[in-house]
Design a protein around this ligand. Structure first.
Ligand code: ASP
Ligand code: MG
Length: 422
């Protein structure tokens, strides 16, 4: 069997859903598990509803209405019969969201998962029904019956043992009914039947989990780009497609923030030598990129990962004594407690510097650190990570910029820069 993953852009409207159907037709002889994300930008829209609910701004219901209309627009085009049973099913999901909104908001992360998880339930219901109506017989599977996580809401940790048993028996059973199984990316369930999510863009990870558990032949992620590129075309004009990548390079690129694949996707595949294809849903017959065992990255050109809106924090002792191991361990736990990820770090005798994404959380953290340390910070910076760099690549990148911090290993260079006044 194979696992396919369709992201939000590949099901963002009626035409996109039909196009995904065309791709599935090309593969209808294989046993396929198809993992689908929420349509278009639905997850962002659901996040706004969560915010409105938790902060009681009074806007939650009108935002929910807009989301209903977005889906209705798509279903009206896909299903001409206004009495089609799909409308009922979707309506029931919206009623369930309203129920959550009627409860006084509890813990933010908990409420987030109970609401945001509906994006994938809606999209898979629409796609599965449309495919069944159009000659692609499939079974819809509620992934939450099999993908069991702990209760770390918004970043559920997989219970591999339980999930393996559940997936294997469920998928085997469903394949006796149809060759295609349609299911949700990104979401899971606790043992107490509360919905969880796996972290933003987590549908790739779901595809990898299922492939790992089912010993799939391969995973294919269908995207709106021709494959894995060496740079984000939004920031670099001459981005090129990588034909193949080692698992190692794929993990590193994802880790440093290349938005190609969710960072957790590669390990479960690597452990079972399952190749990962990244292909364009706009040109399904083009080759795309393959990531796999014993593949050397080709062409071996520099890959660029760009992050804007970075903050460089430098922490030193109030009395200018050394920053020692005890201090570091305390500083690290402050970061961990605040849920802030470190994009780069560097220490010297008297100071410890870290680069993080800017967010409201950072202000509280800086405040806390300031009770014990001297803390300086610089915001509005850029972080460049370059894999397989040449010295000349770095020079051309930093024209018109001041370099605040630089780190180089044999394969990877990282630079924190600030725009010079023009
Ligand atoms: N719909 C979720 C998100 O947008 C998961 C995904 O797309 O992979 O983050
Ligand atoms: Mg998405």
């Amino acid at each position: 069997m194979n696992v396919f993953k369709f992201g939000g852009a590949s099901v963002k409207d009626a035409a996109a859903v039909k196009n995904a159907g065309e791709i599935l037709k090309l593969h209808s002889n294989d046993q396929l598990v198809v993992v689908i994300s929420a349509m278009g930008k639905v997850t962002n829209a659901l996040e706004k509803i969560v915010d409105a609910h938790v902060h009681q701004t009074g806007e939650a219901l009108s935002l929910l209405d807009a989301l209903k209309n977005y889906h209705l627009h798509i279903t009206n085009e896909l299903f001409s019969d206004p009495k089609h049973e799909v409308h009922n099913k979707l309506n029931n999901y919206f009623v369930e969201i309203e129920w959550v909104l009627e409860e006084p908001p509890r813990d933010y992360d908990f409420v987030y998962d109970q609401i945001v998880s509906f994006g994938e339930l809606l999209s898979t219901t629409i796609v599965s029904t449309w495919l069944n109506d159009n000659g692609l017989t499939n079974q819809w599977m509620d992934v939450r019956d099999c993908l069991i996580t702990d209760n770390t809401y918004r970043e559920g940790k997989i219970d591999w043992e339980t999930s393996t048993g559940l997936f294997q028996s469920r998928i085997k059973e469903l394949f006796t009914q149809a060759n295609i199984i349609i299911t949700q990316g990104f979401i899971g369930s606790t043992t107490e039947n509360f919905s969880t999510t796996l972290g933003r863009e987590g549908s790739d990870y779901t595809a990898a989990i299922i492939a790992h558990i089912m010993n799939a032949e391969a995973v294919t992620i269908w995207k709106d780009v021709p494959g894995v590129l060496n740079a984000d075309p939004k920031h670099f004009s001459d981005a090129q497609k990588l034909i193949q990548l080692s698992y190692q390079d794929a993990i590193e690129l994802a880790y440093y923030g290349a938005s190609v694949i969710h960072p957790k996707t590669i390990k479960p595949l690597e452990n079972k030598n399952i190749p990962l294809h990244v292909k364009s849903f706009l040109e399904p017959n083009s080759k795309g990129t393959v990531i796999g065992k014993d593949l050397e990255t080709k062409p071996l050109i520099p890959s660029f990962i760009f992050k804007s809106n970075q903050v460089l924090i430098s922490i030193s002792a109030k009395d200018f004594s050394f920053i020692a191991e005890e201090n570091l361990s305390e500083i690290f736990s402050d970061f961990a407690d605040s849920g802030i990820k470190l994009n780069l770090m560097q220490n010297s005798a008297i100071s410890f510097s870290v680069c993080i994404d800017d967010s409201p959380k950072k202000d509280a953290l800086i405040e806390k650190l300031r009770t014990k340390y001297k803390v300086k910070y610089n915001a509005g910076l850029q972080l460049y990570t370059i894999r397989h760099y040449y010295p000349s690549t770095i020079e051309s990148l930093t024209v018109g910029k001041e370099i605040l911090l630089e780190q180089r290993s044999r394969t990877t260079a990282q630079l924190i820069t600030k725009d010079l006044p023009k």
